[in-house]
Design a protein around this ligand. Sequence first.
Ligand code: IMP
Length: 487
Amino acid sequence: MQEALTYDDILLVPKYSEILPGDADTSGRFSRRISLRLPIVSSPMDTVTEHQMAIAMALQGGLGIIHKNLSIEEQAEEVRLVKRFENGFVDNPMTVSPENSVDEAHRIHEEKGYKKIPVVDKNNKLVGLVTELDYLWPQDKDVKIAKIMIPAKRLTIVLNNVSLETANEVIRTKRLSVLCVVDKNGLLKSIVTRRDLEKNQSFPNANKDAKKHLLAGAAVGVGVDLLPRAFALSEAGADVIVIDTAHGHSKGVINAVKACKKEKRLRHIDIVAGNVATKTAVEDLIAAGADGVKIGIGPGSICTTRVVAGIGVPQASAIIEATKGKAKNKNVALIADGGIKYSGDITKALALGADCVMLGGLLAGAEESPGETEFVNGRMYKTYRGMGSLGAMNRGSKDRYGQASITDSGKFVPEGIEGRTIYRGPVEKILYQLIGGLRSGMGYLGARNIAELQKKAAFVKITAAGFTESHPHDITITKEAPNYSKN
Ligand code: IMP
């Protein structure tokens, strides 16, 4: 029987270096035609990637794959929101209702830090704006927002066909801190804030298409809606389609890749397929026409496939096997999907031969992941669940696990769990630390870029004692580090 290893079993040996972390070029690839300045992609999971996450990822030079637990139209709309994004407009901002009490505005301020909050009625029509001057020290916490808000008729408002330049000019000349953007019926569409304007955020690494729109990916399954969904996503502007299944080395997935590649309407976009863990699987998907292949059977933090089905390959070995399959066509990208716990695992995955990594758990705690934050014992958390968990399968992802024909949810055999993960703030901050760790690793190896990292990589296999030595030991951690927790 062959031995198989994962990230925790191995370490990279340092080498003579003339490269400083800041000099390293971290560019990777997600598929044949999609390159990434930041080799990190967010998973197509319903607690990880909708438009907010995809926008944040692309702005930093990565990519987000919109999950498919949505109707075709809803998913296409999520893609459109990414493609239409213009840096500076905050789409779907947090709002309160005139019927809410002041307490609600207070809560949003506490949890999210927003000071000025638009007030909308149940149809999302803008009816006013509430500011911290009105709610931070209320005499009566139960007083209704309607009583204290600035009514819409006293606000400066612009229509949603306005350019960002004009919106910024209005903010400047009228000395506003928030400008509400509405459509012709008065429905709130977005806001522009002075803070963003002052930050003058430019995103030099943003991942954009030829028309200067952010790149967006979206997932499909192999069910009957494969082609209608793929067409709708392509029309919405998706740059890559990911055939997202738990078992990519199967007739269904190979045929799905072939079917997509045959379609004229999909010829301009790349098709990525997965997941697999062997050389032949990668070869077969390449032969079917895949432009990228996702590697990972069972490494995910929410995954129970290995214990439920007894199937899987520890991730480091799976990547090594996959690189042998890639020899068939070097232009096809390998995506190391799942099991990344620390930034060092990203360095290892890329050094082993992956062209980029896909993250679920490390991004699920971000501000931009779908779902609300919740407080538990004084800490903030966000929900994170497997697409093969009961909750997610009930919402639609049962086909990922070959259980599309089961209609009674009591009969599902889940391969994932549902839980919560620590709230980690904006994606930008999370990625800063992750990429900082990768850069540091590249510095230790003297690798100028990922290709050099792969060439120079020499691994050692470590023992349980070595693993214990690697993590902080013989100490009680008293201050949280931004890039390390035991959780
Ligand atoms: P993580 O980054 O370790 O949390 O792993 C995320 C990856 O796990 C995803 O990109 C999927 O490939 C995979 N995955 C998502 N949901 C499930 C599940 O329910 N069971 C098994 N694997 C899953």
